[in-house]
Ligand binder design. Structure first.
Ligand code: ADP
Length: 222
C-alpha cells in the first residue's frame, strides 16, 4: 500500500520590524528548513495577480502602478503605506484583497513540502496574528528586541526613515502582545553570532516538538 506522506511541521516566525525575524528565518533555512516568506509573496502578488492589481487600482488610483522594464508593474508602496496609515478602512480592504491569495500560496507551499518529504516548513510574516490565520501552525515563534534597537536596525537596513519605521511600529501589534501568544521566544539583543546560537537552540526545540507531534494523533500529520 502506498504510504501517505505526512505534512511538514509548520512553524510561524514573527516579530516587530527590525526584531531580526528575517535573520532567524535565514538561519533556519541554513539548518535545512523550507521557507515561505509571506511578506515577499504578498509583494509579488500585488504586482502579478490581475484581480489584486485591479482591486488596488480601485482603492488607490490607477497611477499607483508604474510600468517597469519588460512591461512588469511597480507599485508605489510608499504611497500605499501613507494612505493606509491614515485610513484603517483602506488597510482592511487591502488586507481583504491580499491575505486570501497569500494563504492560498502558503497552502500550496505546504502541499509541495509534503510531496518533497520536507520535515519543517517555516512561515515568516510581519503580521502573523493580524492576518488571522494561525490555527494551522504547529508552533509560533516570536523574535524580540528592545524598541530602540529595532528602530536603529530597521533604519540602517534601509526599511525607511525614522518616522516611517515608527509609523510601521505603531501599526503592528506591540511586542508584549506577540509574546503572550508565542510558543517560543527568541531574544535578539546581542550579536548576530548569538542570534545564530539562539536559532540553533530553537531548531532543536522544533525537532523535539515535531517528533512528539508525530507520536501523537494531534493536528500534525493530518
Ligand atoms: P526583521 O525581518 O524583523 O525586520 P531583520 O532580520 O531584517 O529584521 O534584521 C534587521 C536588520 O538588523 C538587518 O539588517 C539585520 O542584518 C540586522 N540584525 C539583526 N539582528 C542583528 C544582531 N543581533 N546584530 C546586528 N545586526 C542585526
Amino acid at each position: 500500500m502506498k504510504k501517505e506522506l505526512k505534512r511538514p511541521f509548520l512553524v510561524g516566525v514573527t516579530g516587530g520590524i527590525g526584531s531580526g525575524k528575517s535573520t532567524v528565518c535565514r538561519f533556519l533555512s541554513d539548518l535545512g528548513c523550507a521557507l515561505f516568506e509571506a511578506d515577499r509573496v504578498a509583494r509579488e502578488l500585488q504586482c502579478s495577480d490581475p484581480g489584486i492589481i485591479a482591486g488596488i487600482r480601485k482603492l488607490f488610483g490607477h497611477e499607483v502602478y508604474a510600468e517597469g522594464s519588460g512591461g512588469s508593474l511597480q507599485l508605489d508602496r510608499r504611497r500605499v503605506a501613507a494612505e493606509v496609515f491614515s485610513s484603517p478602512e483602506k488597510l482592511m480592504e487591502l488586507n481583504r484583497l491580499v491575505h486570501p491569495a497569500v494563504y492560498e500560496a502558503f497552502h500550496e507551499a505546504v502541499e509541495e513540502a509534503r510531496r518533497q518529504g520536507i520535515e519543517v516548513l517555516v512561515k515568516e510574516a510581519a503580521i502573523l496574528f493580524e492576518a488571522g490565520r494561525t490555527a494551522d501552525l504547529d508552533l509560533i515563534v516570536v523574535v524580540v528586541a528592545d524598541r530602540q534597537l529595532r528602530l536603529r536596525r530597521a533604519v540602517e537596513k534601509g526599511l525607511g526613515s525614522r518616522e516611517e519605521v515608527l509609523e510601521r511600529m505603531a501599526s503592528q501589534w506591540p511586542q508584549e502582545k506577540l509574546v503572550e501568544k508565542a510558543g517560543y521566544v527568541v531574544p535578539n539583543e546581542g550579536t548576530k553570532e548569538e542570534l545564530r546560537r539562539q536559532t540553533e537552540k530553537l531548531y532543536q526545540f522544533i525537532l523535539q516538538e515535531a517528533a512528539s507531534c508525530r507520536d501523537c494523533s494531534g493536528k500534525h500529520g493530518q
